[in-house]
Design a protein around this ligand. Structure first.
Ligand code: HEC
Length: 170
């Protein structure tokens, strides 16, 4: 073999070694990423995980039993999440959402002068039961398809019970 051929072989050999090393190193570097990706299989993402990795329930947990011990003051605090769209004192203004004074006594679509969605108009006057309000607050769009209440929903049954007790008190 000529000296030039030797040089060429040596160069090819070194290039091959470098490529192998690079592959080996990148394997070590990227391995943690791969494990991380496998920790969240796609199937789990499709069942809408909530904090703690427990799949979200497909319907609202009942709150009738929780109402007895629910705390109105806690409900009033939680109502801050609603107050950007709703006033609740008697005679309060309609905002993005209707005034909610006496809503549990007056029934669906009770606020005068508010432009309810067709979905709500179709239920106008029907009483609001605790369970209906529970399901509505859990997931408005699922409970009343076509509602224009743009609120994702209150996932903790204790929170819904407290808010419902507060609504009942107003
Ligand atoms: C982004 C604004 C927005 C937020 C936040 C919001 N709502 Fe609403 N809400 C609306 C709108 C708009 C409607 C009217 C729904 C329709 O016409 O489809 C409505 C309707 C309602 C109704 C029915 C009223 C009736 O007259 O029958 C209740 C009860 C209610 N909301 C309670 C709540 C509570 C409790 C919260 C907080 C946990 C909340 N909303 C958060 C906008 C909002």
């Amino acid at each position: 073999m000529s000296p030039q051929m030797n040089n060429i072989f040596a160069a090819i050999l070194i290039a091959g070694l470098v490529a192998m090393m690079a592959g080996f190193v990148s394997h070590i570097v990227y391995k943690p990423k791969k494990l991380e990706a496998e920790a969240y299989p796609i199937a789990a993402l499709e069942t809408a995980p909530v904090a703690g990795g427990v799949a979200a329930p497909a319907t609202a947990e009942p709150v009738t039993d929780l109402l007895a011990t629910a705390d109105i003051a806690q409900g009033e605090k939680l109502f801050k999440l609603c107050a950007s769209c709703h006033s609740i004192d008697a005679g309060g203004p309609n905002r993005v959402g209707p005034n909610l004074s006496g809503v549990m006594k007056k029934g669906h679509a009770q606020a005068a002068g508010f432009a309810y969605s067709d979905a709500f108009k179709a239920k106008a006057g029907a009483p609001w039961t605790v369970e209906e309000m529970n399901t509505f607050l859990w997931n408005p769009k699922k409970a009343i398809p076509g509602t224009k209440m743009a609120y994702a929903g209150m996932k903790k049954p204790e929170d819904r019970a407290a808010v419902i007790k507060y609504l009942q008190s107003k």
